[in-house]
Design a protein around this ligand. Structure first.
Ligand SMILES: [Zn+2]
Length: 372
């Protein structure tokens, strides 16, 4: 017993004089917030609660995000009570939802990197949060974007009569937050049209779009209820056209993308298209890797599939982040990221994953070195 107490004390976990008492109730931290979710099994949006473990101030606001809608008062948050005003119910719920989704996306990546992500404009010491505008009513703001100059995420609307805001779509919020996160990791990947040749411009744009789309897949698979439903619908075979593979459906056919694809770099449609189009090649390669690696890792008889799928997805996301960190600070090519993913997997002694990645990139006509 003495030995155990000594160990507990040394770990600093409970302190050396730990004595359990019935009345010792741990302090509850964080806050419950609502987000709009679209479940694969049910139609339409459902308002569902999520747990945010950090402190949130009026706004909602914290050190990294500041949510605002013009002419709408901030949502008041006192302790863990959120005050939604009837008069502004629609706006306030969208403000809370957009904050919570952006916050959870950033938290997911910080957990993977095991460090705080600092926005690119704060990397010399300032501390200016990313402004989030869930309802950007400017006529020109049709879609959604990350605006680095204004340090903001902006969500426009469609349908003149109903004004459907893009922020309501969880994947649009994750996608745009993903842009800001990638910009923090690689500030010079921002595209300067004047200095790059058209081909490398499209490729760089596609790398950026692919990161934002893959963020949606990794984020979806970080929500346990979504993991369960995707497993039910796909019966464990992710190589299907499911809600997980469909990306940015809000934008209809115009910018709609699907990770469930067999596109290759030299396909005519890819070479003639924009970055959004080419991004699907890399996104597809990583998505198929996820599917194959999950098939390899699952052991349904003795392990919970949901837990395995969650772990597989987070592991691939980590490999991807490390590959990005190792890639050139300027003018990255798709093959840089691909090659680095394989090398990071080998470094992690995961030769199966390295092989699956290699086969996928080879199939997609993304140049990678043969594994010896
Ligand atoms: Zn984008």
């Amino acid at each position: 017993m003495d030995k155990i107490e000594g160990l507990i004390g040394r770990s600093g976990f409970l302190g050396s004089d730990y004595k359990a008492k019935a009345e010792d109730i741990p302090k509850t931290i964080g806050i419950r917030m609502q987000i709009w979710k679209e479940y694969p099994k049910s139609k339409g949006l459902v308002l569902e609660e999520v747990y945010i473990h950090t402190n949130v101030e009026h706004g909602p606001k914290d050190s990294q995000f500041d949510v605002l809608i013009e002419n709408i008062p901030a949502v008041q948050i006192n302790e863990d009570k959120i005050q939604i005003l009837n008069k502004y119910e629609d706006e306030h719920i969208d403000m809370i939802h957009t904050y919570a989704v952006a916050r959870l996306t950033l938290t997911m990546y910080q957990r993977l990197l095991k460090r705080k992500i600092v926005w690119s404009w704060n990397q010399k010491g300032s501390n200016i949060p990313l402004k989030v505008y869930p309802h950007n009513n400017k006529e020109a703001m049709k879609h959604a974007n990350f605006n680095k100059i204004n340090r903001s995420l902006n969500f426009g609307w469609k349908d003149h009569e109903k004004r459907i805001y893009s922020c309501k779509s969880l994947d649009v919020v994750v996608h745009e937050t993903g842009h800001a996160i990638l910009d923090s990791l690689k500030p010079f990947w921002e595209i300067k049209r004047d200095f790059v040749k058209p081909q490398s411009f499209i490729e760089q744009h596609s790398i950026i779009e692919s990161f934002a789309d893959l963020s949606v897949i990794f984020f979806t698979l970080s929500l346990f209820d979504m993991v369960e439903q995707i497993l039910v619908i796909s019966k464990g075979n992710l190589k299907r056209d499911t809600q997980l593979s469909k990306l940015m459906e809000y934008f209809d056919y115009e910018s709609y993308r699907n990770a469930y694809n067999t596109l290759k770099m030299n396909d005519e449609i890819i070479q003639s298209g924009r970055g959004h189009m080419m991004s699907q090649v890399f996104t597809g390669a990583v998505y198929y890797t996820l599917a194959d690696y999950f098939t390899y890792k699952r052991n349904a008889r003795f392990e919970n599939d949901a837990l395995v799928l969650y772990n597989v997805s987070q592991f691939i996301a980590k490999i991807y982040l490390k590959a990005i960190e190792r890639s050139p600070d300027n003018g990255p090519r798709i093959s840089d990221i691909a090659q680095n993913m394989i090398e990071v997997a080998i470094q992690e002694s995961d030769f199966i994953l390295a092989y699956i990645l290699f086969k996928q990139f080879e199939f997609r006509e993304i140049f990678v070195k043969k594994i010896s």
